[in-house]
Design a protein around this ligand. Structure first.
Ligand code: NAP
Length: 240
């Protein structure tokens, strides 16, 4: 297993849920953190918790909207001025809008596609050239089991997550030749505000997947020898 100590990770959607769990788990590994989401208070809290877990790491954050290229580009430019190049990019920011196809508005569709799919593209656009030049780097794209199969009321979300898998797999085949690993995660239901708000994860916490489980899985893959690339992985509850 490779050590992640001293590397720098940019995590989108770092303010809560999976992004927060990933940030805290990376802090424990000695990884410097660039945190990005739209709610400043959440980022302040995650930065403080991370520094408490590991006072040896550097942490910075920027309020930014992954649905907006100018916002993402400015945030990444500022963060890399302070903390240097990004070794690990985790495209995690995401939203979901439920509704039958014709009940979702054009604005809702656009927001989901911009945040979940274009947001990942924008971050990769800004960070990949440096990784290619340095011939190393890891990009984790957080899709969903909703990116593997459609279901009623999630047309926009599924479209964004299917799209992200297409982006991720295509980029993986290009970037591996330059030593950059691109990895797609397709988690099943995990207890975060995204799922709690709709009562999907009210069950026994011993049985329902928790954000920490997801973070542990991602860290294990990032620590694999650089000769090994995990293309994609689904994580499920053992017995929900
Ligand atoms: N939880 C699950 O069961 C599950 C399953 C499969 C896949 N996923 C995926 O996992 C990722 C994380 O989900 P989660 O469950 O942790 O959700 P969550 O608890 O709602 O957290 C989402 C995070 O993303 C940020 N975010 C949302 N829109 C953003 C934007 N436009 N720009 C920047 N940041 C934004 C949110 O902060 P702000 O609102 O403050 O910006 C928040 O920090 C998502 O991509 C989701 O689709 C989750």
């Amino acid at each position: 297993m490779e050590s992640l100590k001293g590397k720098t990770a940019l995590i989108t959607g770092a303010g809560k849920g999976l992004g927060k769990a990933l940030s805290l788990a990376l802090a424990m590994e000695g990884v410097n953190l660039m945190l990005l989401s739209r709610t400043k208070e959440d980022l302040i809290n995650v930065a403080a918790e991370s520094s408490k877990i590991n006072p040896g790491i550097q942490t910075d954050f920027k309020v930014a909207d992954t649905a907006n290229f100018a916002s993402v580009s400015a945030a990444i430019s500022d963060l890399t001025k302070t903390l240097g190049p990004v070794d690990i990019l985790i495209n995690n920011a995401g939203i979901i809008k439920f509704g039958n196809f014709m009940n979702l508005t054009v604005e809702e569709w656009e927001a989901v596609i911009r945040t979940n799919l274009l947001g990942a593209y924008y971050c990769i656009h800004e960070i990949l050239p440096g990784m290619m030049e340095r011939k190393t780097g890891d990009i984790v794209n957080v899709s969903s089991t909703a990116g593997l199969r459609g279901s009623p009321t999630t047309s926009a979300y599924s479209a964004s997550k299917f799209g992200l898998i297409g982006l991720s797999e295509s980029l993986m085949l290009e970037a591996r030749k330059s030593g950059v690993r691109v990895f797609t995660a397709t988690p099943s239901t995990i207890a975060t505000s995204l799922t709690k708000d709709i009562g999907l994860t009210d069950g026994d916490p011993e049985k329902v997947l928790q954000p920490e489980d997801f973070a542990e899985m991602i860290i294990a893959h990032l620590k694999l020898s650089r000769r090994a690339l995990v293309k994609d992985v689904s994580i499920w509850s053992t017995n929900p």
